[in-house]
Design a protein around this ligand. Structure first.
Ligand code: FA5
Length: 337
């Protein structure tokens, strides 16, 4: 075998063995085989060099040294690699350019609810919470809604006890997804003594037919104020101030006579610009029967309550024409707010 072929074979198998050595022990075996001074492949190569003629020797010797140098350099580099501690960071190249991450945004309805809490908080209302899974007592009975009231129809509510209907009976006080945030009025009055001034914002559920202005899950803000001498005039002032702060000075609030079992008198609340009116909620003075049900004396305290549709305010403020946009999770829509 001539010396050139021997050099090439040596270098190629040495470099392959160095790259393949997975740890320090394997690499040490490679060193002994290819770079060991006493025996091994390097010694064999030296023997090849010793056999060339005296004239050729300087050139061949130089080539031998170069091959040895390349193999030694590759060995040293691999040694550093296998000795480096194996941490997660060692595989992280901090010199690479960063990947731009698009920052997310809060959902427009979440933003609206934050704005609402901020505005109504300035009028002295604190925020209360209530469960979304309610019992029939808090969703209906305590709100003076009689057993035969159409609002209790199983087809108009999301009851969680469907099996009981199939067997012809309901358990006592069955549970349902709350159909209004008015349930929180009751839970607050059960816990606290007057004066009370709270709002509660959250999801409510009704099997309404879904269209541009109705969803089967939507959000309401309930308001409740109870004290010695709470009046309907205060109710209207709070709603008017709230609406103008959120939507601008040109919005008007209008009360239309209506009926809710838990308020007397009751009104539908509209907001409008000129002749253009939009229903946004219901309100009224708390019915004496409700005050009695929570242990208050209707001769001593009075109160008002209101329930506003949050989607309708947000849609008006941002000129959103279809309520379904809120729930489609289309980032092109959501990222505009
Ligand atoms: C109520 O829910 C009463 N609890 C309001 C109330 C509270 C009256 C306190 C008196 C005292 P109503 O069913 O009208 O009322 O709903 C109130 C508002 O919720 C509506 O004006 C509307 O803005 C919104 N809303 C009702 N149904 C839907 C729906 N399917 N999708 C979106 N918004 C709705």
């Amino acid at each position: 075998m001539d010396h050139i072929t021997a050099f090439q074979e040596y270098e190629q198998s040495a470099l392959e063995a160095i790259v393949a050595a997975a740890d320090a022990a394997a690499l040490e075996n490679v060193r002994i085989e290819f770079l060991g001074k006493k025996k091994g492949r390097l010694k064999d190569l030296q023997a090849v060099v010793g056999k060339v003629s005296a004239e050729e020797r300087p050139v061949v010797g130089k080539a031998f040294n170069e091959v040895k140098m390349r193999v030694s350099t590759a060995f040293d580099a691999r040694k550093k690699e296998v000795e480096r501690p194996k941490t997660a960071l060692s595989s992280l190249d901090i010199t690479l350019p960063g990947t731009p991450v698009k920052l997310g945004k809060r959902h427009p309805l979440t933003q609206t609810m934050e704005d609402f809490k901020d505005i109504i908080g300035r009028f002295g209302f604190t925020v209360a919470d209530g469960p979304e899974i309610e019992d029939e007592y808090h969703n209906f009975n305590a709100l003076n809604i009689p057993d035969d009231h159409p609002a209790r129809d199983p087809l108009d509510n999301f009851y969680l006890s469907a099996a009981s209907y199939a067997t012809g009976g309901l358990p006592d006080n069955p549970r349902l997804l709350r159909s209004q945030t008015s349930t929180v009025q009751i839970r607050m009055m059960e816990k606290e003594k007057p004066p009370i001034r709270i709002v509660s914002l959250g999801r409510v559920y009704r099997p309404d037919t879904i269209d541009a202005t109705h969803s089967c899950m939507f959000h309401q803000m309930e308001g409740l104020m109870v004290g010695d001498d709470v009046t309907m005039a205060q109710l209207k002032t709070v709603l008017q101030l709230f609406a103008t702060t959120y939507l601008g000075q040109d919005v008007q609030i209008r009360f239309r006579p209506s009926f809710f079992p838990f308020t007397e008198p009751s009104v539908e609340v509209d907001m409008g610009w000129g002749d253009d009116w939009l229903e946004i909620g219901g309100a009224g003075m708390i019915d004496p029967n409700v005050l009695k049900a929570v242990g208050y004396n209707p001769d001593e305290v009075s109160g008002f309550a209101f329930g506003l549709g949050i989607e309708r305010f947000c849609m008006r403020r941002h000129q959103i024409t279809d309520i379904r946009r809120f729930y489609e999770n289309d980032v092109r829509f959501l990222s505009q707010f």
